[in-house]
Design a protein around this ligand. Structure first.
Ligand SMILES: [Zn+2]
Length: 459
């Protein structure tokens, strides 16, 4: 069914992220059949017919946001259970994830998507956590969001419970997953290969999955990190650093996204630049997890060498929130502090990573990521009539440094309004919240995972 046409009229600002990075004051956008057909000053578009007109006088419009590493499926029912002094919660995380039932995963994913959309994210990549895509498909369809999915696979022993298969089976499962899912939901669903990490997957598996992704014209993502110790270990085993090892297998390429990617050195950054591989970085996970950005964070060097960076929120027990505006804020401020240099990571660069560069990193840059005629209409409309947006001189500084996702007023995906004046119509929110709380209680009881509810007396 063709989407009704839409005119966004008299926007206070349109941050286009187009080639010239124009910010149009008093601008209008015309959307027909899900695509942007005109963008310009409001007086140039006056009177163009549209099925619906949104008065955007108090609104600032940006392209929709891309979340390149977002474990959507398990964490919401148990969000916040890990006290700060527990150290790495990873063993419990995977235990809880493995225990999710189909129905639990559907509700949990729906809540994650609700939070993503209401904070302006139009597309997320779930790095292989979703176990029941058949059930979750309804959530993606109802919400209207874009999603990059894959079946998480490993074929080696791991320090925590992960789905492990014989190599051949991991390859055939991935190939059939991609065949079944890629292109569904009018192309909003993409299916990628998702080996967990180079440490949990054999060289044969990694090579075969890259080949499968290439053959089917999709992508591949995996967790990746380096650092002095990892370089020493890899040097001893393979005679190469972790990233050079991936390059030597032929696993790096423009359809590959390495997640986190902390601790890499100059030689490894060159591998990424040379092969066109992209990076998904989760600035809040890194900060909250005490990962040492000063020592291990290389975002400015990636950007300096032309490596595409997309931001991520990891999971709702890592970043804890799914708000890309706060992730932009952290990316923009953490390198200033780490390098003791205010010129690092300007606000504009943070916004690029969340929009156009994020889309490019995920292989979607031709169709998405900026507000230009011909591109798909994925937009976020921010409400500037709020205290945190005052006074308004520099719209990008205000967005990245003052605001957060709570000022997201309206969200458009594929030309369809999915959040409309702060409201959505795909789920009853209070019922969903109660359902997910109950899922958390059942999940903790079933797995025996338990932490003190609070470090302060809960009376
Ligand atoms: Zn991850």
């Amino acid at each position: 069914m063709p989407e009704p046409s839409l005119r966004i009229e008299h926007a206070r600002y349109i941050v286009t992220v187009d080639r010239e990075r124009r910010i149009i004051q008093d601008g209008s956008i015309l959307i027909e059949q899900g695509r942007i057909t005109r963008v310009g000053k409001a007086d140039q578009l006056t009177g163009t017919p549209a099925d619906r007109v949104i008065d955007a006088r108090r609104l600032l419009v940006t392209p929709g946001f891309f979340n390149g590493h977002m474990h959507i499926s398990y964490a919401h029912p148990v969000r916040g259970i890990f006290p700060d002094d527990v150290g790495s919660p990873l063993p419990q995380v995977f235990k809880l994830q493995m225990a999710m039932t189909e129905e639990e995963e559907y509700h949990t994913s729906l809540l994650g998507i609700l939070e993503l959309l209401k904070n302006g994210t139009v597309c997320f990549l779930d790095p292989g956590s979703t176990k029941f895509p058949d059930a979750c498909l309804q959530a993606y369809a109802d919400a209207g969001i874009r999603v990059i999915l894959g079946e998480g696979v490993t074929d080696l022993e791991a320090p925590f419970p992960l789905p492990r298969y014989p190599t051949e089976e991991a390859v055939s499962r991935t190939a059939s997953f991609m065949r079944k899912w890629h292109g569904r939901l009018d192309g909003r669903l993409r299916a990628w290969a998702m080996p967990f990490s180079p440490e949990t997957c054999s060289a044969d598996l990694l090579r075969a999955l890259k080949r499968a992704a290439d053959e089917q014209g999709t992508g591949l993502t995996l967790h990746h990190g380096s650092g002095p110790q990892a370089r020493k270990d890899y040097q001893a085993r393979h005679g190469l650093s972790p990233t050079e090892y991936l390059e030597s297998l032929g696993v790096l390429g423009p359809n590959v996204v390495l997640a986190h990617c902390l601790g890499v050195d100059e030689v490894e950054i060159d591998c990424l630049a040379r092969t066109g591989a992209a990076v998904a970085m989760c600035p809040i996970t890194a900060a909250k997890g005490g990962r040492g950005i000063r020592e291990h964070g290389r975002m400015p060097e990636f950007l300096g060498k032309g490596v595409k960076v997309v931001l991520g929120c990891d999971s709702s027990n890592n970043s804890n929130h799914l708000d890309l505006v706060r992730a932009m804020n952290m990316a923009a401020i953490q390198y200033k502090d780490a390098r003791q240099d205010m010129r690092q990571l300007p606000a504009e660069t943070a916004l690029e990573m969340a929009t156009l560069m994020g889309a490019q990193a995920l292989g979607l840059g031709d169709d998405l990521g900026s507000i230009e005629p011909g591109k798909k209409a994925d937009l976020v409309l921010f409400d500037t009539e709020r205290p945190e947006w005052q006074a308004l001189w520099n719209p990008i500084n205000n967005l990245v440094y003052n605001a957060d996702g709570r000022s997201v007023h309206t969200v458009v995906v594929d030309g369809r309004v999915v959040v409309d004046s702060y409201r959505q119509s795909f789920v009853d929110e209070s019922r969903l919240f109660a359902t997910v709380q109950a899922i958390g209680e059942r999940l903790l009881a079933r797995t025996g995972v338990s932490f003190p509810r609070s470090r302060w007396p809960l009376v």
